[in-house]
Design a protein around this ligand. Structure first.
Ligand code: HEM
Ligand SMILES: CC(C)=CCC/C(C)=C/CC/C(C)=C/COP(=O)(O)OP(=O)(O)O
Length: 299
């Protein structure tokens, strides 16, 4: 039986549930939902209150569709590298099950739907920012930066943080210093978030020939970079109450969250398993974004 017959037989046997599960693996739902949450936090900061339901719905749906589409483009662009990464074995199998043409069609559809929705319902700058986020993640980061430079973890933070400004623009065309400050918080948060994972899966990135910081420099340099980035993240997050609209209650919460992230990273870094610290990086972000939303929704 040829590989093609095997693939065709596998697809024929595939149950709709398996196809849906495969799509979920390719669409990175955790990242997409956290991106939508960061966009909503940008809306709350820009208006200094809970956003009106319609712009919030249109903005969040546009972010959901385009982040999902961009994640599918990322899975397509990374497919050859992903095959040599143990962590992503399920994602490679999922792509084989669904098929490149179907994933590509779904990625184009999701991105176009999100862009048209933004264009039809929100300020034009929202569509522009969404387009920049999609192109910078799906093309510049995935195709150019990630395979070529360890700086991808820093520059890849720009599309990752843009949803905050997209959310802000969805509720107000005016520049929001508070939303921009949260954009800076996400820029500080993303490199340690990724470097903690890269340290945990170093052999994967070596096999895939992806130049992550610990491979280009050393694990010791990466540990220092992680701690330095978190030490920069903490005062940046506190800036939302020093220079921004957030309360001292938010400031206390952000300080506790930052201390937790730093302590976990410090405890895990001398060569231990960094996956728990990676998990804390995600919990830190979700709690910080929720804290901002609650703080401004109920001042
Ligand atoms: C430079 C930017 C970023 C890099 C390199 C990065 C890298 C990663 C990687 C490699 C994973 C594991 C994914 C997997 O195993 O399938 C991951 C998981 C995750 N990331 Fe990030 N990420 C970045 C930005 C973001 C942003 C902006 C958010 C949200 C605002 C985010 C939230 C998450 C969440 C929630 C998970 C766990 C859920 C999941 O695995 O899908 N990340 N990240
Ligand atoms: C509106 C819009 C399009 C926003 C984009 C926001 C977004 C999805 C940012 C994610 C940034 C990022 C570099 C993720 C990891 O990709 P990776 O390739 O390093 O992860 P992997 O190794 O799991 O594939």
């Amino acid at each position: 039986m040829t590989a093609l017959d095997t693939r065709a037989a596998a697809k024929k046997r595939s149950h709709p549930y398996q196809v849906c599960r495969a799509f979920l693996l390719l669409a990175k739902p955790g990242i997409v939902l956290a991106v939508v949450l960061s966009g909503y936090a940008g809306m709350v900061l820009a208006g200094d209150r809970l956003p009106d339901p319609l712009p919030a719905l249109y903005g969040s749906t546009s972010l959901l569709l385009t982040a999902l589409g961009a994640a599918l483009f990322n899975s397509l662009g990374d497919r050859r590298r992903d095959r040599s990464m143990q962590r992503l074995a399920q994602r490679s199998a999922a792509l084989q099950l669904v098929g490149v043409p179907t994933v590509a069609a779904a990625a184009v559809t999701a991105c176009c739907a999100g862009l048209v929705l933004a264009w039809q319902t929100l300020d034009p700058q929202v569509t522009l920012l969404v387009l920049v986020a999609v192109v910078s993640y799906a093309l510049l980061y995935t195709r150019l930066l990630k395979p070529a430079s360890h700086w991808a973890a820093v520059l890849g933070g720009i599309p990752g943080a843009l949803p905050v400004l997209i959310g802000s623009a969805a509720v107000s065309p005016d520049f929001s210093p508070a939303a921009f400050w949260l954009f800076l918080v996400l820029l500080c948060w993303q490199p340690p978030h990724f470097w903690l994972l890269a340290l945990a899966h170093l052999s994967d990135y070596r096999s895939a020939k992806i130049p992550v910081l610990p491979l280009v420099t050393s694990s010791a340099v990466t540990r220092c970079a992680i701690l330095a980035a978190i030490l920069a993240l903490i005062p940046t997050s506190l800036g939302l109450c020093w220079f921004g609209p957030c309360s001292l209650g938010y400031g206390a919460g952000a300080a506790v969250l930052g201390a937790w992230f730093l302590a976990t990273a410090k405890k895990r870094l001398p060569g231990g398993d960094t996956r728990p610290a990676f998990a804390v990086s995600i919990l830190y972000l979700v709690c910080l974004l929720t804290l901002i939303i609650v703080d401004r929704a109920f001042p």
